[in-house]
Write a protein that binds this ligand. Structure first.
Ligand SMILES: Cc1ncc(COP(=O)(O)O)c(C=O)c1O
Length: 426
């Protein structure tokens, strides 16, 4: 039995024994009641998740299980963004404007530290969609070239490559996703078979937003590099959740958004560009106010930016680094384990996400019997649970994506609601 099972069962036992007195003393209840200024770590240096949760503004009775879509931002970062915005608007002095133009440097350094890369390999974009599109715009490809995509990639990746193939004349080939996750070896072999001497680019999603499949990123980057194929890893669902180490993964490009798992401001994102491909990567935008490194001078001339958001992005990364990357990953995984265990025990639920922790992380999708996905999300919202739905014929259902700010009660509330709907209808 893992730690999360213990947590959930201990909690259920406390409920069974009854009595708010017992419950209030339980560590999971204390999680919800810490002061917003309590230190993030206890005396033994362990993370105090109650203190972490207290930095967020959501009311206790709202269980936000939707990190794969949009994460809440903690109070100190909101204060930084609104404080800087306020200052810029009250005193739009040249000295303050030039100070704000300088904030990219600090955020770039933090991004490099966070992803274990070099500041000279980091671009600050507006989100993953933009980062992915900079790559599909910026490589010189033409007739005779092939781009290999994964069918479960996001439209900002697959739609972009397909639309641009019509303009530039290259061919797009696709490796199909398989559900349930067939294992890392399956995908390594499938991509290896699909690579041809004409393949110039291979792009896949590190952790899919559909079934929450974790792809063997380092292996896929390795087989591509051995063949001189450029890799774009879409990290929208892994950046801020997993303890990503780009020095180990070794992609050519890696993209991410601040507003998803990192819990940063909206309209800020990252594109890692490996030094080895920088001379083959053309800018998408030419304008004023470029960044301070050689790479950023070429690519970040994007005109006026939301610099308070860029500084806030850096502050958020400091917050995550204070908590700890491994700690965040372990906490989110434990919450997802609890969701999977609870959902797997419900009659009628079909999990699209693998139960094997090595093939997933904290994106959990499932079909709740014959219940309509969008109506189920409405019912969940009415019951204080925020989730996402997926319609259509391909793996329809509900997505729970818990993150480090959640408590085990949040997960329990989501699972209990699904149990009720399955029994009594919506
Ligand atoms: C895998 C993946 N890539 C890209 C995106 C696009 O992210 P953004 O809207 O931040 O550009 C998403 C959004 O859900 C995603 O899940």
């Amino acid at each position: 039995m893992n730690a999360s099972n213990l947590d959930r069962r201990a909690f259920a036992r406390l409920f069974a024994l009854g009595g708010t007195g017992a419950l209030l003393g339980h560590p999971r209840i204390r999680e919800l009641t810490a002061a917003p200024t309590a230190p993030l770590r206890g005396r033994g240096r362990e993370v105090d998740w109650a203190a972490v949760r207290s930095r967020f503004l959501m009311p206790e009775e709202l269980s936000v299980l939707n990190a794969a879509n949009l994460c809440p931002t903690p109070r100190p970062v909101i204060e930084s963004v609104t404080g800087d915005t306020d200052r810029l608007d009250r005193s739009p002095l040249p000295s303050i404007r030039s100070e704000m133009h300088g904030v990219k440097r600090g955020t770039r350094e933090l991004l490099a530290r966070y992803l274990r890369a070099d500041p000279g390999e980091i671009l600050i974009t507006r989100n993953t969609s933009e980062a992915n599109n900079w790559v599909s715009n910026g490589l010189v490809l033409g007739p005779g070239d092939e781009v290999l995509i994964f069918s479960d990639n996001h439209p900002s990746n697959n739609l972009a490559w397909k639309a641009k193939s019509e303009r530039f004349g290259y061919t797009v080939r696709e490796v199909a996703q398989v559900n349930p996750h067939p294992g890392s070896d399956y995908y390594v072999a499938a991509f290896e078979r699909a690579l041809t001497p004409r393949t110039k680019v291979l792009t896949f999603t590190h952790l899919t937003n559909t079934s929450g499949d974790l792809m063997p990123a380092a292996e896929l980057c390795r087989i591509a590099a051995e063949r001189g194929v450029i890799t774009l890893v879409d990290g929208a669902q892994s950046f801020g959740l997993l303890d990503v180490d780009l020095s180990v993964m070794q992609p050519d490009f890696y993209s991410g958004s601040a507003h998803k798992w990192p819990c940063g401001p909206k309209e800020a994102g990252v594109l890692f560009v490996n030094r080895r491909v920088q001379d083959r990567f053309w800018p998408s935008i030419y304008s004023a106010y470029a960044g301070e490194t050689e790479l950023a001078r070429r690519h970040e001339g994007m005109g006026q930016r939301d610099e308070p958001a860029i500084r806030g992005f850096g502050r958020e990364l400091e917050f995550l680094l204070d908590i700890g990357r491994p700690e965040i990953e372990a906490r989110s995984r434990a919450l997802a384990d609890a969701a999977i265990e609870g959902l797997a025990g419900l009659d009628g639920v079909k999990l699209w996400t693998s139960v094997d922790p090595s093939l997933r992380a904290a994106v959990v999708t499932f079909q709740p019997g014959a219940l309509d996905p969008s109506r189920t999300v409405e019912a969940l919202e009415a019951d204080g649970v925020v989730a996402a739905s997926r319609g259509g014929q391909d793996r329809p259902g509900i997505r729970f994506s818990p993150h480090f700010y959640n408590s085990f009660e949040d997960v329990e509330r989501g699972v209990a609601a699904i149990r009720r709907y399955l029994r009594a209808g919506l």
